[in-house]
Design a protein around this ligand. Structure first.
Ligand code: B1M
Length: 211
């Protein structure tokens, strides 16, 4: 039987196909999808993150680990959905301008869709104007921004300003998140909500759209 440890180790080595198979085996063995995600996949990626920081691994290794992570998440997707939820509204989601990290953003999407939200995924390196234009054209109640770099967090403030400039402040809420983002930063830039992880982002989005 595939163990969480094996999933984590193979992810760290970037063995995408093996990770995919091991995740499926773990699911079949009855290990909860949330545990596989948090301890196996996210656990493995956080080891890669520490090695990256210490210059023990470099961008190519991180990219192949990220690909393995995405393969694993793909297997888990149906098991992380909550089918009991009714459609609650529309969200436009993206990683902010200058930032190419998309794994956390993709998890937010998966969790939000799992809660019955319609998510328009704008991808990475999204300009503030693109968030606002999409929210207007697609009638989104929420703009959700992800940032992984301290240098790109500031782009979230630009999104809030762009929403204000478009006169949408009372119509569209701005949610923010990502590793360097904090509650205090959220208050500082006047965004509507910060959540620390993808599952709580989905819960918060449902709550905001209900009010
Ligand atoms: Co980059 N990277 N990276 N990287 N990378 C970090 C973020 C870093 C912390 C690594 C390190 O030094 N330890 C560091 C940032 C330092 C800082 O700013 N403080 C860093 C750096 C420096 C860089 C480059 C500048 C490196 C370089 O080129 N010299 C460069 C920047 C490129 C750019 O964006 N312009 C770069 C590049 C890359 C890769 C392309 C190689 C790759 C990205 C691949 C991809 O995303 N497709 C990559 C990766 C993979 C990482 C690490 C290793 C892992 C990130 C990840 O995917 N984590 C990362 C180190 C680390 O985080 N430990 C690192 C797993 C993911 C599920 O977590 O995205 O945090 P995360 O999402 C979480 C929460 O944050 C939250 O939910 C998720 C959990 O449920 N969340 C939200 C995320 N978005 C949310 C939105 C919400 C709510 C919650 O509401 C809307």
């Amino acid at each position: 039987m595939a163990t969480i440890q094996e999933i984590s180790e193979n992810l760290q080595r970037g063995k995408a196909k093996v990770v995919k198979e091991l995740v499926q085996q773990a699911v079949d063995a009855g290990i909860p999808a949330k545990q596989i995600l948090e301890e196996g996949l996210l656990g493995g990626m956080s080891v890669v993150g520490v090695k990256f920081k210490n210059n023990e691994v470099f961008v190519p290794e991180v990219l192949i680990a990220a690909r393995a992570m995405n393969m694993g998440i793909g297997v888990l997707k149906p098991y992380l959905q909550d089918d009991s939820m009714q459609a609650k509204g529309r969200v436009c989601l993206g990683t902010v301008q200058g930032d190419l990290h998309d794994i956390g953003k993709n998890l937010v999407k998966l969790m939000m869709e799992g809660k019955g939200l319609e998510v328009i995924d704008l991808g990475v390196d999204v300009a503030p104007e693109t968030f606002v234009k999409t929210a207007m054209e697609q009638d989104c109640g929420i703009i959700a921004c992800s940032a992984l770099l301290t240098t790109t967090m500031g782009a979230m403030a630009d999104v809030v300003k762009a929403v204000e400039a478009a006169g949408l402040r009372n119509k569209v809420r701005v949610m923010i998140g990502g590793a360097p983002v904090t509650e205090a930063f959220c208050a500082q830039i006047g965004a509507d909500a910060y959540t620390p992880d993808a599952a709580s982002a989905a819960d918060k989005a449902v709550e905001l759209l209900a009010n």
